[in-house]
Design a protein around this ligand. Structure first.
Ligand code: PMV
Length: 329
């Protein structure tokens, strides 16, 4: 058994028999304010540093699992059947096969996203979290969110942060089996905090984050400074959440994103997710900030920006970016 199969076995030991014909579950996307970039174990998706995110309320993935009378599993994305050889289908099939006794039954998996897939909007995070929640229902494991967080991490690292609303810290953990590397809910509420997605492009990203973070770790000299940057930003962000200090939070979040992208552009081959329109939007945000508007952003493995601001500035921000897609937090 490989390392992933060993973890999967712990869940199979709870139950391998489906308890229902059809189940469904929803998980929100999450946006990291302090990013996860680089692994200490590529098989188990164990990170080199902790990270911290905010969940996007109603934006995420709804996944339905249905037992079907068919010779193989069927994978649907937004109600459209996907070729089993497609990367997306293969990832899901491999994951559900960890729990299926092959000859027993097959599943139809329908993943419905209300965010663009693979555009750096963390749809793989909500996708794996929703899949794991649905598997928990199918097999009636009755797992805690922490256990499900550990399982979802195996599919996509950031998925381990999608089991709670609001702020979630992914504690890096120390154990080789990763059982202490999972999301932890931070109870703090911040009703005045706002996040809006500025879509620059919904095209599929040129390189997966899995591949990009590995190339960065292997080839960028700047990457050596990344854990120091994360340690500093984590401390500031956690303190800012406690004190509701927006400027401290947003400054550290934007700084953290620039530092992550700096490690990528200094990798070889260089990795750049920004497009000309991304840089134009950045310039516009910096100009607005100079004029006194408290608007900041973060950016993931894609060209889109997620704007951070406070309720009191929402009208001014929407006036500057009328196309902004507001997220419920
Ligand atoms: O979980 P993955 O493999 O999709 O990687 C996520 C990487 C970032 O979105 C760039 C950062 C993060 O912490 O979500």
């Amino acid at each position: 058994m490989n390392k992933i199969e060993l973890i999967a076995q712990m869940f199979k030991d709870k139950s391998q028999q489906p308890q229902k014909e059809i189940v469904q579950a929803f998980a929100p996307a999450n946006i990291a304010l302090c990013k996860y970039w680089g692994k200490r174990d590529t098989e188990l998706n164990l990170p080199l540093t902790s990270s911290l995110s905010i969940s996007l309320g109603n934006k995420g993935t709804q996944t339905q699992l249905q037992i079907i009378d068919s010779p193989s599993d069927e994978i649907y994305l937004n109600h459209k059947k996907i070729n089993p050889e497609d990367e997306f289908a293969k990832k899901i099939t491999q994951f559900i096969n960890l729990f299926q006794e092959k000859s027993q039954f097959n599943l139809r998996v329908n993943t419905v996203n209300n965010i663009p897939v693979a555009a750096g909007l963390a749809s793989s995070a909500s996708g794996f979290a929703a899949l794991v929640l649905a598997l928990d229902q199918l097999y009636h494991w009755q797992c805690s969110p922490t256990e499900l967080s550990i399982l979802a991490r195996l599919g996509s690292g950031s998925a381990c942060r999608s089991f709670w609303p609001g702020f979630v810290e992914w504690q890096q953990g120390e154990r080789a089996d990763g059982m202490d590397s999972h999301g932890v809910h931070l109870a703090d509420l911040w009703p005045e905090l706002r996040l809006g997605v500025l879509m620059v492009s919904s095209a599929k990203k040129p390189m997966s984050s899995r591949e990009a973070m590995e190339i960065t770790k292997q080839t960028s000299i700047l990457y050596q400074a990344w854990p120091t940057q994360v340690a500093r930003d984590m401390k500031i962000i956690k303190q800012a959440i406690k004190e509701k200090d927006f400027i401290a939070l947003a400054t550290a979040a934007e700084h953290n994103a620039h530092a992550m992208h700096a490690t990528m552009i200094s990798a070889w081959p260089p990795i750049c997710y920004s497009q000309p329109a991304t840089l134009q939007a950045m310039q516009q945000i910096w100009q607005l900030r100079q004029k006194g508007l408290a608007i900041y952003f973060t950016q993931d493995a894609g060209p889109n920006l997620k704007l951070l601001f406070q309720a009191q500035d929402q009208a001014a921000v929407i006036e500057a970016f009328p196309e902004l897609d507001m997220c419920e937090l």
